[in-house]
Design a protein around this ligand. Structure first.
Ligand code: MD6
Ligand code: FE
Length: 213
């Protein structure tokens, strides 16, 4: 069971869930921008971690590329195909700034990671700590926007063994976490296939995370 959550919920100190942040028109615009990115040459790929494991998502990075083998940002996709990362579409960056402001934060996004989850997609518990130490210490948030099928989000504490809260991220939701929540563990336990808005006609789930390197 997941508790009902209202439009603007503080999940933890520094972590704000903006339920239904995007209208269906806005969701369609985001989806179109993501489709254009995906159709470009430097499109989606399946990252392979340094352990040799394939991630259970397809990924596309803009601004800077996140290298899954080194956990570092770089300008070209050396672990994929050597292509330069595409620029962040300004229409998407604007939405990230808006969601941050609505949550009491500011961000100047220079990295966008788009993940696509199929029915079997998931993302293990992790901390996003590959951005500049100064940015992380300043508590600059990561802004996430979800489109399509719902994903069961796990939100833990600062230690991997801390208890985890679970709630669904639904199409149009934004989730912003920074400040004292910036280094909390989190992940996606599973996807609920077929739960995305029918009128979007999107298979699976897209999640966009905007970051400031
Ligand atoms: C996802 N999101 O929702 C994965 N990270 O598919 C994340 O890993 C994430 O939603 C940092 C901040 C917000 C997030
Ligand atoms: Fe993350």
């Amino acid at each position: 069971m997941t508790a009902a959550i209202s439009a603007h919920t503080e999940i933890a100190d520094g972590a704000v869930l903006l339920r239904s942040w995007l209208s269906s028109v806005a969701q369609r615009e985001v989806l179109e921008a993501v489709r254009r990115l995906g159709e470009s040459e430097a499109g989606f790929y399946t990252p392979v971690l340094r352990s040799g494991a394939r991630m259970r998502v397809r990924m596309l990075c803009c601004g800077h590329h996140w290298n899954a083998r080194t956990y570092r940002y770089e300008s070209i996709r050396t672990d994929v195909d050597g292509l330069p990362a595409q620029a962040i579409p300004e229409s998407l960056a604007t939405r990230a700034r808006g969601a941050a402001a609505a949550s009491g934060f500011a961000i100047n996004p220079d990295v966008l990671i788009v993940n696509w989850y199929g029915a079997e997609g998931r993302l293990g518990l992790h901390v996003d700590k590959d951005e500049r130490p100064e940015t992380i210490e300043a508590g600059v948030p990561i802004v996430s926007i979800s489109i399509g099928d719902s994903g069961l989000f796990e939100f833990g504490g600062l230690r991997r063994r801390d208890p985890v809260r679970r709630f669904w991220l639904e199409s149009g939701d934004a989730f912003v976490f920074g400040g004292p929540a910036r280094l909390r563990y989190h992940g996606i336990a599973r996807i609920a296939p077929g739960t995305g808005p029918a009128e979007l006609g999107v298979p699976g789930r897209y999640n966009l995370t905007f970051r400031q390197y």
